[in-house]
Design a protein around this ligand. Sequence first.
Ligand code: CP
Ligand code: NVA
Length: 318
Amino acid sequence: MKPGQQLMRHYLQFKDFRAEEYAYLFERTAVIKQRFKNYEKYTPLVDRTLAMIFEKASTRTRVSFEAGMYQMGGSVVHLTTGDSQLGRAEPVEDSARVISRMVDVVMIRTFEQDIIERFARHSRVPVINGLTDLAHPCQALADLLTLRELHGRLRGLKLAFVGDANNVAASLAVACAKTGVQFSVAAPRDYQFDEAFLARLRELNPAAVPYQTTDPREIVKGADAVYTDVWTSMGQESERSERLRAFADYQVNKQLMQLAPAAHFLHCLPAHRGEEVTDEVLDGPQSVVVHQAANRMHAQKGLLAWMLCSPPSACTKS
Ligand code: CP
Ligand code: NVA
């Protein structure tokens, strides 16, 4: 099948699409973004509805999906655990069967990856992962879009991740393996990728297993981009004090960024200012975090248009 064509596909992890499909997706996203920048109407998703299910908090994911759908002529239904039957233990399978008969695409933010996998198995429409404990593929998509815009290429770039090898880092590792970016991680040993994850990456691309170290200075030297995320992710609040101690030497601050003077600084946000990153770096000249956050919307518009309108002529009202 050509990259522009699409049967019903879910986007549950970054590995779900092939490298050439990402190349196509980035091209298509660039065109849609340019139309937005030119104030040009682009409404291929008229009459299409996205259901967004949030079992965890969100700002960027909600706003970017919702604004993106409206801009493309579609509409959005927003559900949370607190205000739907999901919070009263309606089985995921029943929710999937019902919701997917009323909308055209579903985005879910939840805890275990298994929840979204089960939903997808019983869904009639594509399901998109808006963050689980395991993965954040939409974030990695926006991150690669940002690097591609800044450097004009991805292959051969060096991305240094300082901090917890969490959901964001895991999707980035897969994204880098798919696109030829050299990815490295600096974290305390207990918070690095485990052998099982590395083995899955090795299967994907034997040449792209990330280098892991306990020394942040080692990986930021010569990096094109330095990335960090919170030390305590949603759902890990009870480990907060233990994590603060473990990561005390892993803050991205001015001293660390001085070792990578040509690097951009990235963070998926929200940041815990003064913990994993200082104000000086987050608000400083190397930081591209706002551009990166804005790209969540552009990347996801490209993703939605591709998932729902492939080939583009499939959406006749555009
Ligand atoms: N980066 C990200 O997913 O942000 P939100 O938690 O605000 O959606
Ligand atoms: N790792 C963070 C990312 C938030 C966007 C979390 O899961 O809470």
